[in-house]
Design a protein around this ligand. Sequence first.
Ligand SMILES: [Cu+2]
Length: 163
Amino acid sequence: MKLWKSVAAAAALTIASLSAFAHDYKAGDLTLNHPWTRATPPRAKSGGGFVEIVNTGSEADRLIAVSSDAAAKAELHQMTVNDGVMTMRELEGGIEIPAGETVALQPGGLHIMFMGLNHPFEEGARVPVVLTFEKAGDVALELAVEKMGAKSSGGDHMGHGKN
Ligand SMILES: [Cu+2]
């Protein structure tokens, strides 16, 4: 499934080639630290993606979309736990990155959601993703695939397989 337009793809390739050996990414006033995901079980249909986004600028930006060739669909999600019940919802308005602040996408909170994985995420591999920001534009990243359950805060994404 081709979610990105050719312009975005060209920009993504340029950025990816510049940062092939780094694992922090910069775009305008944004720095994206250590994007990562977790290895998935063999038949998993979904997975989460995580990254810390630092805005050193004087204006807010907004993460408005995510796309990836690794899955049929990628969305921005918020996980919350109320009385022990985990729920996730898609953030249709995106995620604001306030000026001078850091927003962490992490297990148990905000995250990238991959649905319909083309193949399982294997530990040590890299998963390509393009994040689209209102001001900073498209930023191509590679998520490092860590151990299954790594840095988990208890929640996982198994529930999404039924969607
Ligand atoms: Cu989710």
